[in-house]
Design a protein around this ligand. Sequence first.
Ligand SMILES: O=P(O)(O)OC[C@H]1O[C@H](O)[C@H](O)[C@@H](O)[C@@H]1O
Length: 290
Amino acid sequence: FLLPATSSRESATALMAGKATLDTLKRVVLTDDVTGHSATVHLHGGCVTSYKAPHEVLGIRKDAAFTGEKPIAGGLQICWPQFGPGAIQQHGFARNLPWEVSAQSDSEPEVTLVLKESAETRKIWDQAFELLLTVRLEGDYLLTRLTAKNTGSTPWEFTSALHSYYSVSDVAKTTIIGNDLAGRTFVDKTQNPHVSTPLQSSEVGVTKFLEGVVPDYKGPMALHDKAGRVRTTVEHVRGWSDYVLWAPVGNDGMGYKKFVCLESGAVSRPVSVAGGSEWVGEMKISSRAG
Ligand SMILES: O=P(O)(O)OC[C@H]1O[C@H](O)[C@H](O)[C@@H](O)[C@@H]1O
């Protein structure tokens, strides 16, 4: 779980200022002096690569690269406008392009990044759009808001996920919990063709390669890292309709023992956005000892 080090001067300045700071490695650090929480958002892919509450909540894959040549494999990765597999590149282009800072508060630990249509995106997906990501430290949680704006006049469709990697001490001793998850449909994507089955329990263990979707379920869902004694809760506030579960158990190259993906998704059916309108997906994460 390596993150390029921020210089101590920059992080000290950010901490003292208690606000967003854009550093030389093209990332924004948010800090909250009251809670001691902080978050890092890389402009490459608009990826939230760290949320310290104050323990690190997010996971970074062992094979992640911070070179800008490929998507950062970890944190809250933005899959848009296609979760996939599908017509364009796996998980879409948003996670692999440089975003810009659109708005930054002087007094609040909040930042908004934007990705705008360009000749490059038009080549892949010929649509008019603006994608905004707001990240905010708010009390005991981290809030993210993804806004997909149709800046043209004809409707388009997308699928999306916040491909969220959460750090765990030991995947084998981690469970995924949803209050009323038992009986809900789970689309098991490890089977070919995919198999839809009702979940037997509200607590799902991660004992083997896991890949699937719980469609039309708002949660909240929690990850219970029993070895680390941490419980991380993900709540869908608006927009996100599904949860995607992914844990590549056995893949040492990715460092599978140390993360579980519990992804906020709009993947089970395409979302349609009319010309001039927008879709908003909001989710929040909290993490505490437990
Ligand atoms: O390695 P990536 O392209 O980031 O994808 C990692 C994984 O993401 C998901 O959650 C998909 O369901 C998987 O099929 C995919 O293998």
